[in-house]
Design a protein around this ligand. Structure first.
Ligand code: GLN
Length: 477
């Protein structure tokens, strides 16, 4: 069964052909039955969802017929605050933390009539590429297309459920260095990451403030684009939020007549089977009217991963300092000195990868080392951004494989060293470091698994991405 698009679903709801309460009940019962097998959710917000569904239905009966997401079930990555709902960013250290407020993105989707169905599983605080770095006592989400393989990370639950569900649904996810694009590619759905600052981060639990972006996951380009349009726009509660007006993304028309640049190095560094599928998709874009040329991003391809991990770990190590067992979440028995207490709670609450990143990030910022690591990475970042700015003088859209491989098996992931794990992000980190909008959609299949193609545009050019992707998606069907 193919799920109805959000736009069609909303039309049916408005005409009274779909009952929001009944539909919400069906989605919740699907989640209840699939979650023990796939672990896509940390929390199923049944009570809240039903209450919201009843309210929306009552409003419709009294004449409400507006709302771009009227009655649409939306899942939310665990690191985004939902009022009254346990929000843990996938970490034991936040056990029991129930925010007293909604993130701006939650307020925005609720204002359009959406129903919040639950919190999706992720790597702890976003620290991972395969959703195998989940927090202490958290399970690992399984890929609905092959349970022996990863959903990707860190927004693994979001992509997994988006692929699995038979109902209309979209997910709110988050990317620091590729956490939306990667799982979207591995699960065969569409992941849309906006320009840094396009979507408010108010109510997002920070991983690395200069890199974090909230974005969307959908079964189709139209669904992911529509949800992104709803959550975008200036917010005075976030000082890095951009004032620029939000383009119409939800009702965009497909058009591939862009100047497209193939990023040579990222094709070369990908598995042959992945590369071939992406090349076929690019040939399709050419047929649709795109003018395609090969170009090079030597600095981003060579130094992107190193610069990204130094900066993201440095920022993460300061962000995690506030979790000391006093203010939020996990508490212990108050005994010993503050340092003893603090160490005990943190040893218990943080997983292995979070601890590794606190150590490495703290080291990179320490006096004596700061110039060699943190500051050098910050300078490198400026060079990488300039390299992008130069190529965007020649082309509108860049393309590369989203991930160099298809979703790996858990048995393969186990064999990777931390450095090999980080190196898997080579195609996604450059656009994230530069704060550029990017979209991943399925180009084809290899080893019976989906292959993601990533489209990147210049800052604030989300509309071009959406148009090009809509057109390509239509042709690839
Ligand atoms: N894999 C990258 C990391 O571990 C990106 C994760 C993310 O975007 N949150 O940092």
């Amino acid at each position: 069964m193919e799920a109805m698009s959000i736009a069609d679903f909303v039309k049916q709801v408005v005409m009274g052909k779909i009952s929001v309460v009944q539909h919400t009940e069906q989605v919740l019962s699907e989640i209840d039955s699939t979650n023990p097998k796939f672990n896509h959710f940390n929390l199923i917000a049944s009570e809240l969802a039903l209450q919201q569904a009843k309210e929306v239905e009552a409003e419709i009966k009294t004449g409400r017929h507006k709302g771009k997401l009227l009655g649409v079930p939306i899942s939310v990555k665990d690191c985004i605050c939902v009022k009254g709902v346990e929000s843990r960013a996938g970490s034991k250290i936040l056990s029991g933390y129930r925010p007293t407020f909604n993130a701006t993105v939650i307020e925005r989707v609720r204002a359009e009539g959406a129903i919040i169905v639950g919190k999706t599983l992720q790597d702890e605080f976003g620290f991972g590429t395969f959703c195998t770095n989940t927090g202490v006592d958290f399970p690992t989400p399984l890929n609905p297309l092959d349970k022996s393989r990863s959903c990707g990370g860190s927004s693994g639950g979001s992509a997994g459920f988006t692929a699995l569900t038979e109902f209309t649904h979209a997910g709110i996810a988050e990317s620091t260095g590729g956490s939306i694009a990667c799982p979207a590619a591995f699960c065969g759905v569409v992941g849309f990451t906006p320009t840094y600052g396009r979507v408010s981060r108010y109510g997002l639990m920070d991983y690395a403030n200069s890199l974090d972006k909230i974005g969307t996951m959908g079964k189709t380009v139209a669904d992911a684009s529509l949800l992104l349009e709803v959550i975008s726009g200036h917010d005075s509660s976030d000082s890095t939020s951009l004032p620029e007006p939000v383009p119409n993304l939800g009702e965009g028309e497909g058009d591939a007549r862009f100047k497209v640049g193939i990023v040579k190095e990222l094709f070369e560094k990908s598995d042959e089977s992945v590369r071939k599928e992406c090349e076929k998709a690019v040939a399709q874009m050419e047929k649709l009217g795109a003018s395609v040329k090969e170009l090079s991003l030597p600095l981003n391809s060579e130094y992107g991963v190193a610069a990204y991990y130094l900066l993201s770990m440095s920022e993460a190590s300061t962000n995690l300092a506030k979790f000391c067992g006093m203010r939020y979440g996990l508490h212990g028995k108050l005994e010993g000195s503050f340092n003893e207490y603090f160490s005990k709670v943190r040893s218990e609450g943080f997983g292995k990868e979070a601890k590794r990143r606190i150590l490495l990030g703290t080291f990179a910022r320490m006096s004596g080392f700061r110039d060699a690591y943190y500051l050098r990475a910050a300078k490198a970042r400026t060079k990488l951004i300039n390299e992008f700015k130069e190529v965007f003088k020649e082309v509108d859209v860049l393309v590369n494989p989203t991930m160099p491989v298809v979703a790996p098996k858990f048995s393969e992931i186990k064999k990777l060293s931390p450095m090999q794990h980080y190196a898997m992000d080579l195609c996604t980190v450059p656009a994230n470091l530069a704060g550029l909008p990017h979209l991943s959609l399925t180009a084809g299949t290899a080893k019976k698994m989906p292959v993601g193609l990533m489209l990147t545009a210049d800052h604030l050019q989300e509309q071009n991405l959406s148009s090009a992707a809509l057109s390509l998606e239509g042709a690839l069907k």
